[in-house]
Design a protein around this ligand. Sequence first.
Ligand SMILES: NC(=O)c1ccc[n+]([C@@H]2O[C@H](COP(=O)([O-])OP(=O)(O)OC[C@H]3O[C@@H](n4cnc5c(N)ncnc54)[C@H](O)[C@@H]3O)[C@@H](O)[C@H]2O)c1
Length: 269
Amino acid sequence: MNIYPKLKGQSALVTGANSGIGKAVAIALANEGANVVVNYVTHPEAADDVVSEIKNNNGNAIAIKADVSKETEVQLMFQKMFETYGTIDILVNNAGIQKDSAFENMTLADWQLVININLTGQFLCAREAVKEFLRRGIVKERSCAAGKIICMSSVHQVIPWAGHVNYATSKGGIELMMKSLAQELAPKKIRVNAIGPGAIQTPINTSAWSTPDALNKLLTLIPYGRIGQPEDIGKVAVWLASDESDYLNGTTVFADGGMLLYPGFSTNG
Ligand SMILES: NC(=O)c1ccc[n+]([C@@H]2O[C@H](COP(=O)([O-])OP(=O)(O)OC[C@H]3O[C@@H](n4cnc5c(N)ncnc54)[C@H](O)[C@@H]3O)[C@@H](O)[C@H]2O)c1
């Protein structure tokens, strides 16, 4: 743990925290002194590994199983978190999936699965967190906000994505859910922001980086010339969760190596 932790005594819930970006975010928040709930739905052993890594670094963490798209499971997860840590200060709505196909072949089941996990899951978790933020209010010793929500969005809340219509739709939805929530809750001193990662090297997009050809093709979309690492996003999450970003509300921070800079136009279109 850092010597001067920025999130000391705060409690954080990170959904989908046994893999990729969620794992890095959970570890980064714990490093800054937060008690962290490592949510998972499959692979409990991977969640246990994240908890062990945090504990080995003198942090606090527990793993809690819940499918974020199921209302009762989400409510139970929050109950368990409150039994252990008493409250919640930071929610990182990270869990997400892709179920790609050409649009004409996209089944209703694949559409609903992605919307249910990526968008409805964020709604269900945010609602439970907000109830607790409103009940508890500000605890000055921990933070000047009554609560912070960070929604994991994507550059695909802006960039359309052929072959991934369900996914891009879920991320577009997250943007306006996040902004509407931020507008509604700002007077209560609750901050709601999003992170828009570009291409980050995780299991969700293995096919985009696992061969030299695929990686080279991907790099043509990234002006900064490297694929992102989960830790790049962990650092942004720490900042958005901390009082250092206290005046940010309703904003998406894009961490994308410049992917949103229309690299195709860099040689004059
Ligand atoms: N990797 C990227 O390039 C990238 C880019 C932009 C946005 N994102 C977003 O970042 C988030 C994390 O993705 P990642 O890249 O780390 O992928 P990942 O596959 O490594 O992690 C996704 C996590 O979500 C969990 N999850 C899936 N369904 C769940 C459910 N129903 N309930 C609870 N947890 C569930 C998975 O178990 C896993 O832990 C996603 O929202 C994704 O859309 C990723």
